[in-house]
Design a protein around this ligand. Structure first.
Ligand SMILES: Cc1ncc(COP(=O)(O)O)c(C=O)c1O
Length: 386
């Protein structure tokens, strides 16, 4: 039998998915590894999807999505960010991850270098490698609040660099980039003639500061903003995300989308439309609840003398596990085996976080706090070499 694809055989494994698979075989495990809101999708959204299916929204849709959904996105962008976006500057895809895939396929060719953060959501590197693109990591250090530093970015640029990917609020850091950082990134991209793929899927989940989208500073069409409904409305399984970009880029993404999926699922699009246009109280309630959980979790780590990094957004916290004397994957596997708590090993997000773990605090509160207590006990036990 001939070999499988050389390019794609070397795609790294996602450490989050690995822990997820292992944890799913242990029914009593406390699950802090996956970034998923604990709440169910609000009822009005489920009902809208059911109604849409009875009413015949069960056929192919326009490739970039129903006009009604794109209009809802258009109004939402105006309302939230004062952005004036035309209908053909929006494409609805099956989740933000597909929008990222299509954006890269539209702007880059195999061998091109793409700047991605270290640490970053592991899927960025997987998507790049799937496409024969070369990931070049820039640093997000705790000492700079997990925000990029211009001199570090400049040092990574070569003739082959095509784009920079950014993510704010950030996974796994929880960092929120302020206006100065976004303006710095825009200037950097213009100076080096790079595209910016800006992953903003956590834009509604911010506790301190406010979301600044680089799209608001984009005067020549180099920014592709990626947004979605998964995290905001607890709709991870519905698979709806979208991209906002220039007409030229969206037009190419449309062609690419035809080859990948044709169009995002019709009833899911109708669900997303209801999410965006319907009552918004769920969003604020969820945000306040994550904020409360963040503070409780941070306090538990603090009291145990364990260094955790205080996030301003998203629902992740990085925790320093150096004291336990284990690398992050070994730590996560042993923790799952001994304490029945599943976390994401920091090493899956990049080399800089191999002495950390990431926990998602979007998990139900009682289980979350019990999980954190067990992590503290586990670290203390290993600290003493027990
Ligand atoms: C930074 C980031 N971008 C994108 C996604 C995926 O979003 P979607 O469910 O819309 O594909 C995730 C999911 O964890 C994420 O953390």
């Amino acid at each position: 039998m001939k070999q499988l694809s050389n390019v794609r055989s070397i795609i790294p494994e996602s450490g989050i998915r690995k822990l997820q698979m292992l944890a799913s075989t242990i029914p009593e495990a406390i699950r802090l590894e996956t970034g998923e809101p604990d709440a169910n999708t609000p009822l009005n959204i489920c009902e809208a999807a059911a109604k849409a299916s009875y009413e015949g929204h069960t056929k192919y849709t326009a490739v970039p999505g129903y006009i009604s959904l794109r209009k809802a996105i258009q109004s939402d962008l105006k309302l939230n960010y004062g952005l004036c976006v035309e209908m053909d500057e929006i494409i609805v895809a099956s989740g933000a991850v597909m929008a990222i895939t299509e954006a890269l396929l539209a702007i880059a060719d195999p061998g091109d270098e793409i700047l991605i953060p270290d640490p970053a959501w592991p899927v960025y590197e997987m998507v790049l490698m799937t496409q024969g693109l070369v990931p070049v990591h820039y640093r997000l250090d705790a000492e700079h609040g997990f925000t990029p530093v211009l001199s570090d970015l400049e040092a990574r640029v070569t003739e082959k660099t095509k784009a920079i990917m950014i993510n704010t609020p950030g996974n796994p850091t929880g960092a929120v980039f302020g206006k100065d950082t976004i303006v710095m990134l825009m200037d950097f991209a213009i100076k080096n003639d790079l595209y910016i793929i800006s992953d903003e899927v956590y834009d509604s989940i911010i506790y301190e500061g406010k979301h600044v989208t680089p799209k608001a500073y984009d005067n020549d069409g180099r920014v592709i903003s990626i947004m979605g409904v998964s995290k905001k409305y607890a709709m991870t399984g519905w698979r709806i995300g979208y991209a906002i970009a220039s007409k030229q880029i969206i037009s190419l993404m449309n062609k690419i989308q035809i080859t990948l999926i044709g169009n995002a699922t019709s009833v899911s699009q109708k669900a997303a439309e209801e999410a965006i246009t319907g009552p918004q109280d769920f969003v604020e309630k969820a945000r306040l609840s994550y904020k409360d959980r963040r503070d409780k979790v941070y306090e538990l780590f603090n009291k145990a003398g364990i260094k955790a990094f205080y996030p301003q957004g998203a629902f992740y916290m990085l925790v320093d596990i150096s004291d336990a004397g284990l690398q992050s994957e070994e730590f996560a596997l042993t923790l799952l085996r001994e304490e029945k708590v599943s976390v994401a090993p920091g090493g899956t997000f990049g080399n800089s976080t191999d002495h950390m773990i990431r926990i998602s605090y979007a998990t139900e509160e009682a289980a979350l706090l019990e999980g954190v207590r067990r992590i503290c006990t586990f670290i203390q036990k290993h600290r003493k070499g027990l």
